[in-house]
Design a protein around this ligand. Structure first.
Ligand code: ADP
Ligand code: K
Ligand code: ZN
Length: 433
């Protein structure tokens, strides 16, 4: 099995730690000197860059949260001037306000390098023909995988999402060998192919899938691999890290996190204490080399554990196990992050409906569905079907616009939904993984 950059990927673990410490030290000094935001955070925490004398001292530094990006919308905490930025991506946020991430040319190069290592670890390279069925656009998946696949010399088929039958035709016509998409879209592709009388296993050249952006299970992996006759690798990332960045190697036993790019901690989400390898907790990452939007101890919110043992593949970089879920209430609908608070925010902008709502998430075939039930305001409660249809269209357009994902809408009579004495239970998730 090929390794993209053996010098880095197989470096002795002790040397990797030294390298991480050097990057951390530089980062902390840089942010303390040039970032108002971090300077203030460190002052509040009464920590000075000089206090960071080892990698373990990282725990002295303050955490950073998704809300910090939101509060500083769109780019007030960027540490590179606009002229240095070559791209923006926009991901969903928690209040209906999206979060914006920016990249310098070097940031894009590191992202691409990270994916070059990752895709090579998944066995891909020159000669592969990769269909990128992640969305191209503000979402990081499409363009991220696109550049990563080109970097390793694979041939990219930039299909983006949708038009599934056409995607299957192209898969056959162009002898596609690899695909990148969400695991649920992979299953949907398989089902659609079957309806067309095509077996992915027998009638295509597909051998590898790189699947991520949403949680999936080991059972699901086994099913996909068996039914489609392919190897399926888990790919992980978030827009704050740059986008999808890290995958499993041929061992399929944990996702390698390139230590020169990100320093990984697992913490107890309640106390903020660091947890030892093997224990499950909240993933926290320090993004060591980013220019436009570096981050110290960023609370990603995903639940996983850390494995620091050297992988049988020879790579020394630590691994995280399959993501088990999230500590916050974020939902992932067809790969897109949705917070119930975004739905609330959108509904509050429509005078005809009230703030009483429920979200029902389900899975039809392989694809996630989201239904929003919302109470009409007493004034708008009407017997006229056309009035009700108008309101429903209005709600459904606004949700689609603000969430970037389509939702079914059901208007119900005032008082029809349950009331809560404690924390409202807004979400019913009927998906079984
Ligand atoms: P992206 O644009 O790559 O989806 P986002 O920031 O929008 O990035 O979403 C990142 C979130 O998606 C992660 O924090 C995690 O909750 C989820 N996610 C991404 N990849 C995976 C994966 N392989 N397994 C489980 N969840 C994932
Ligand atoms: K996601
Ligand atoms: Zn490995």
């Amino acid at each position: 099995m090929k390794i993209w950059d053996p010098r880095i990927e197989e470096m002795p673990a002790a040397d990797l730690k030294k390298l991480q410490y050097r990057h951390l030290k530089t980062l902390v000094y840089r942010l303390y000197s040039f970032s108002e935001f971090y300077h203030r955070r460190m002052d509040e925490q009464k920590v000075h860059p000089d206090d960071i004398r080892s990698l373990a001292d990282i725990t002295k530094l303050p955490f950073m949260y998704k809300s910090d990006l939101r509060d500083n919308y769109p780019n007030r905490i960027f540490t590179a001037p606009q002229e240095e930025l070559v791209r923006y991506h926009v991901s969903s946020g928690t209040t209906g306000k999206p979060t914006v991430v920016g990249y310098t040319q070097k940031d894009l190069d590191i992202w691409t390098t990270s994916l070059a290592r990752a895709l090579t670890a998944a066995g891909l390279g020159r000669g592969d023909i990769m269909q990128v069925s992640y969305g191209y656009g503000l979402f990081t998946g499409g363009l991220g995988l696109h550049y990563g696949a080109e970097k390793i010399g694979a041939t990219v088929v930039p299909t983006s999402v949708g038009n599934t039958e056409r995607q299957i035709e192209l898969m056959q016509d162009l002898s596609v060998t690899a695909i990148a998409c969400t695991p649920s879209y992979m299953v949907h592709l398989g089902e659609t192919a079957e309806k067309m009388g095509i077996s992915i296993k027998n009638d295509t050249n597909l051998k590898t899938a790189v699947l991520g952006a949403e949680p999936w299970s080991e059972t699901m992996r086994q099913r996909i691999q068996e039914q489609m006759g392919i190897s399926a690798y888990n790919i992980y990332g978030t827009s704050e890290l740059s986008g999808p960045m890290f995958t499993e190697c041929a061992e399929q036993n944990g996702i390698h996190i390139w230590g020169d790019i990100a320093y990984t901690e697992i913490i107890d989400p309640e106390t903020g204490e660091q947890l030892p390898p093997g224990e499950k907790g909240e993933l926290v990452m320090t993004i060591l080399q980013k220019e436009a939007l570096p981050m110290i101890r960023f609370r990603i919110g995903d639940i996983t554990s850390l494995d620091e043992s050297v992988c049988p593949c020879g790579r020394t970089h630590p691994r995280i196990e399959r993501i088990q879920g999230r500590v916050d209430d974020m939902l992932i609908i067809r790969g897109i992050n949705v917070f119930p608070s975004q739905v609330e925010h959108a509904l509050l902008g429509i005078p005809e409906v009230s703030g009483h709502f429920q979200i029902i998430v389900d899975r039809k075939g392989a694809l996630d569905t989201m239904l929003v039930q919302v109470e009409l305001n007493p004034d708008s409660f009407s017997d006229k079907v056309s009035d009700i249809m108008d309101i429903r269209n209005k709600v459904s357009h606004l949700l689609k616009n603000q969430l970037n994902v389509a939702a079914g809408v059901e208007l119900v009579a005032p008082g029809a939904l349950p009331r809560f004495e404690g924390k409202a239970k807004r979400v019913t998730d009927r998906r079984v993984m």
